[in-house]
Design a protein around this ligand. Structure first.
Ligand SMILES: C[S@@+](CC[C@H](N)C(=O)[O-])C[C@H]1O[C@@H](n2cnc3c(N)ncnc32)[C@H](O)[C@@H]1O
Length: 478
């Protein structure tokens, strides 16, 4: 702990123990928006299982090759394979012993745990070096919340711990400790995403895990490759706590509190959650997750009437009967079931549009439920159908909701402006592309940093768009 404190002091950070939160990371100097507060390599990490990914760099490509010995892990080339070999050697022997059926049960969480024990062993044997920010005692210090976990979850962790024992076959393995470590992963591991926030894998970053949560955070955690980087998104005065968000903050207070309680076992008391039940919070929740007024021209939000027969618009007083709401909700449910069986992107888009139409009748125009459907249509039209015009329409529909639900420097807001700018440029609307890309740069240079390849590319696009605009202007003058 003393080593860690010294390493953090060098980075102008301190650790304090707060009665209601446990360990907390404090700023020992002022941090300003865009400034890196802390970065860390993962103690262990594993790629997602959705599609084959390189075990070193998470790349997906046609050139990926399976490790010939264990047939369970992929590499993009010899460089990644070599760099991971110290860690993979023992894992490879263990996985190679498994029959085909058992190998299927080696999920990313199981791999993360196998790697955790292998790294501890290799560090104990001094095959891998340790530092103040890279040693197993940091994993030991993580919270596990074992006493708050329900019976069903405990049984699951015990079964997973047994599987680790079968796979590793190390006499020193302590099943109870492995089960507790699974619980630690659940409330401390982070999803590793690319610059566009697409999930790539999971990693355990035991120093970053000291940072507590707020639904109104002053810092953001993003990844450069597999390196976790925490940047300030607000001015953080010396002595204040550094806070990131563990969850999607766009939900209502009740939804946020529920997911924090279920996964992280605490009752959030951040400034947003402290407003639970106050008139502003009731209104905000009704807009984000509640119903719209029957009258298309009215932008009021609805609350349940006192007899619980329906929902009353708080602006014009119109009532929507609960039977009518139930009817639309069940149509949406039926339609949603059809999305999983849709056979082509265009079929998926047309089903999502029918859902959007029904949700438009049901939910408030600024609802995040409607937003999520529009996001799906945008991604599907953009990625698969390359219908840029339609994609831009959906992108523009989502931006005002993003602006409403997120603070100024939020990566998702910046990324949405980036998408809008790229689409406008593709559609030869250079003037608007410049406006959108400028907004994207303003946000993403803070959340993603100015020195990242991603932001450099964005800045280059903006410069190209500006050059094109001034060229067009001079041609018009001639
Ligand atoms: C990733 S850890 C953060 C560091 C932790 N405080 C510690 O002592 O190691 C997550 C856990 O910290 C606690 N925590 C995080 N944010 C909190 C908050 N805003 N209020 C209360 N507890 C919090 C919860 O126990 C949660 O499960």
């Amino acid at each position: 702990m003393e080593d860690l404190k010294a390493a953090l002091r060098d980075r102008c950070l301190t650790v304090a123990s707060l009665p209601e939160k446990g360990r907390s990371l404090l700023a020992a100097t002022d941090f300003h928006p865009g400034q890196v507060i802390l970065s860390q390599e993962p103690y262990v990490f594993a790629p997602n299982a959705a599609e084959p990914r390189c075990d070193g760099c998470f790349a997906t490509s046609a050139r990926l090759r399976k490790c010939s010995a264990c047939q369970a892990v992929w590499y993009c080339g010899s460089s990644c394979q070599k760099s991971e070999w110290k860690m993979h050697r023992l894992e490879c022997m263990a996985l190679a012993r498994l029959d085909k059926e058992k190998r299927k049960s080696v999920t990313p969480s199981i791999r993360l745990m196998i790697k955790l024990y292998i790294r501890r062993k290799l560090q104990d044997e001094k095959i891998i070096s340790t530092t103040a920010m890279d040693n197993y005692s940091l994993v030991d210090a993580l919270v596990s919340h074992m006493s708050e976990i329900n019976e069903k979850q405990l049984v699951l962790y015990a079964q997973m711990a047994n599987l680790i024992n079968i796979i590793l076959q190390w006499p020193e393995i302590n099943i109870k400790e492995v089960a507790e470590n699974f619980s630690k992963l659940s409330c401390n591991a982070h999803t590793i995403c690319d610059s566009e926030l697409r999930p790539l894998g999971t990693g355990l970053y035991p120093v970053i895990s000291i940072i507590n949560h707020s639904c109104l955070p002053n810092a953001v955690l993003l990844f450069e490759g597999r390196t976790a980087v925490v940047r300030a998104v607000q001015h953080i005065p010396q002595g204040s706590e550094v806070l990131i968000s563990y969850i999607e903050t766009a939900g209502s207070t009740t939804t946020r509190l529920k997911s924090l309680r279920e996964q992280y076992h605490f009752a959030c008391a951040c400034p947003r959650c402290a407003k639970l039940g106050q008139p502003d919070d009731i209104k905000e929740s009704a807009i984000l997750e509640g119903y719209r007024c029957e009258d298309d021209r009215c932008s009021g939000f609805l609350l349940r009437d006192s007899e619980k027969q329906g929902f009353v618009c708080q602006q014009c007083g119109r009532v929507r009967k609960k039977e009518e709401i139930r009817g639309i909700a069940s149509e949406i449910k039926l339609m949603s079931e059809r999305t999983s069986s849709s056979t082509s992107p265009s079929q998926a888009v047309s089903i999502y549009k029918m859902i959007e139409n029904l949700q438009g009748k049901l939910y408030h125009p600024s609802s995040i439920i409607l937003l999520q459907t529009r996001e799906k249509i945008l991604k599907a039209t953009l990625m698969d159908l390359q219908d840029w015009k339609e994609a831009l329409v959906y992108c523009k529909l989502t931006i005002p909701v993003y602006e409403r639900v997120y603070p100024g420097y939020h990566p998702l807001l910046g990324l949405q402006y980036y998408t809008s700018g790229k689409l406008e440029w593709l559609l030869d609307d250079t003037g608007n592309a410049i406006k959108s890309l400028t907004k994207a740069v303003d946000i993403l240079r803070v959340t993603h940093g100015t020195n990242t390849e991603f932001v450099r590319e964005l800045v280059m696009k903006l410069e190209e768009a500006r050059a094109e605009a001034s060229h067009n202007l001079s041609c018009a003058d001639e």
